[in-house]
Write a protein that binds this ligand. Structure first.
Ligand SMILES: Nc1nc2c(ncn2[C@@H]2O[C@H](COP(=O)(O)OP(=O)(O)OP(=O)(O)O)[C@@H](O)[C@H]2O)c(=O)[nH]1
Ligand SMILES: [Mg+2]
Length: 438
């Protein structure tokens, strides 16, 4: 297993809001002090944040649970609880975030410092001061804090690079990166030397610069999971220009033109949009004896393929990564192409999770559902009603009565009656049971 991790599922849980307090003023010469219970503080959010220096999701290998602190409870003398700090979780630039259960896109984090709230902290419960009214000047009512949002999310890294080096194994992708940048990827005479994407910053002779990603070798069938290819194809998705590296020595007994077609097929099968990226064909190993001849044949085949006489020619650069021949013109042409190539937005057609859906509940979701257990107990469930339950402080009768009123307001009583509930039937929400009273 390589030490590269580019896909991981983590659990995040935001902080619960602090509970509101029921308290009354106790002053020496004031017999009936008014309500004095403060509000709870807000629970912390779990927030993802891009950290430029990170290159992989390795940090998540052994740490996949992140929670934020609960808000402080409200206190007497009208003191509010303190809100909690958010919990920041660092991710590398290029991290795509999805809800693991629904697959819905939550965000795509590319810029240093960019943040995304993935679990929203609960609001603090209100203390009894807030429930005072002329009719009820001394309420024994307080809310518990709202539960923090909890969810499982999926992080997928797609490296941020302007240019991607693709090609069969051992064509010289890593060698090329090593001679055009300060990156020092592993180079070897065997296939699949590169197991993880390597990034390098490249500068041209006229001082333009761009980031190049050297990817593990692809082979035929990569998009179907053969070889190492498929899991790395995602790293080409953010690149704007593809340098398609081909071994022109013909040493491995493969046909350069067949290789070229096979790789393009893989790119298209992974994601059709990859074929929209302009390519430059890098004919490598031109220092080898048969290379010139192979390149001529390659060019002839490529020309044959051209059906539309107005179609633009795909640029071909003959180079030798080992002797460093032909590099300057290749890099200048790459920089030129980058300047005229727009970005390919990855998720523009995909709906992002709406803020409203994120923080609340979707409108088509029922406020509650009623089920009947074999022992005849009525069971109420659903996010809204369960949240209401969790925010109710059952230590105070008056708060319990408020809860009952809220249920009635939601239409629970009516719905139960319609289902045939009778006086004295047991109704359960979570672990809490009460009697149905008509
Ligand atoms: N003669 C010659 N050999 C080269 C050239 N470029 C690379 N090689 C050799 O080709 C072999 C493979 O090079 P790598 O750079 O590791 O190839 P790669 O495409 O990164 O291979 P994978 O990581 O396995 O996909 C090494 O033995 C290199 O020395 C070149 O321009 N000329
Ligand atoms: Mg390599």
């Amino acid at each position: 297993m390589s030490m590269f991790l580019d896909q991981v599922t983590i659990d995040v849980k935001a902080g619960k809001g602090g509970d509101g307090m029921v308290a009354f003023r106790r002053e020496k010469y004031v017999p009936d002090g008014g309500p004095a219970g403060g509000d709870g503080g807000r629970g912390g959010d779990v927030v993802l944040m891009v950290e430029e220096g990170l290159r992989t999701l390795m940090d998540f290998r052994y740490n996949r649970h992140f929670r934020a602190q609960a808000g402080e409870n409200g206190m007497s003398k009208g003191m509010h609880g303190r809100g909690s700090e958010d919990t920041f979780v660092k991710v590398p630039p290029g991290t795509t975030v999805r809800d693991a259960e629904t697959g819905v896109l939550l965000g795509d984090l590319v810029e240093n410092g960019q943040t995304l709230v993935v679990a929203k902290g609960g609001r603090g419960g209100r203390g009894n001061i807030r429930f005072a009214s002329p009719r009820n000047p001394a309420p024994e009512i307080a809310e518990n804090g709202e539960p923090g949002q909890e969810r499982r999310i999926e992080l997928e890294l797609k490296v941020l690079a302007d240019v991607g080096l693709v090609g069969f194994p051992s064509v010289g992708k890593s060698t090329l990166l090593s001679v055009i940048s300060a990156a020092r990827p592993k180079i070897g005479a065997y296939h699949f030397t590169t197991l993880v994407p390597n990034l390098g910053m490249v500068s041209t002779t006229d001082h333009r610069s761009f980031v190049v990603a050297d990817l593990p070798g692809l082979i035929e069938g990569a998009s179907q999971g053969v070889g190492l290819g498929t899991q790395f194809l995602r790293h080409i998705e953010r690149t704007r220009v593809i340098l398609h590296v081909i071994d022109m020595s013909g040493m491995e007994g493969r046909d350069p033109y067949e290789d070229y077609l096979a790789i393009n097929k893989e790119l298209g099968e992974h994601n059709l949009r990859l074929l929209e990226r302009p390519q430059i064909i890098v004919a490598n190993k031109m220092d080898m004896p048969d290379a010139e001849e192979n390149l001529a044949r390659f060019k002839a085949e490529l020309a044959k393929e051209k059906t539309d006489e107005f179609a633009e020619d795909i640029p071909i650069f003959g180079i030798s990564a080992v002797t460093r021949k032909g590099l300057d013109s290749l890099l200048n042409a790459t920089a030129d192409l980058l300047e005229t190539t727009p970005e390919f937005p990855l998720y523009e057609d995909e709906p992002k999770e709406e803020e409203a859906v994120f923080y609340g509940f979707t409108s088509d979701e029922p406020e509650f559902t009623i089920d009947r257990e074999p022992d005849a107990t009525w069971v109420l469930s659903g996010p809204k009603i369960e949240k209401l339950f969790q925010m109710t402080n059952f230590d105070h009768d008056e708060t319990v009565m408020r809860f009952a009123r809220q249920l009635r307001g939601m239409g629970v009583d009516e719905a139960l009656r319609a289902r045939g509930a009778k006086d004295g039937d047991i109704v359960r929400i979570g672990k809490f049971e009460f009697e149905f009273v008509e």
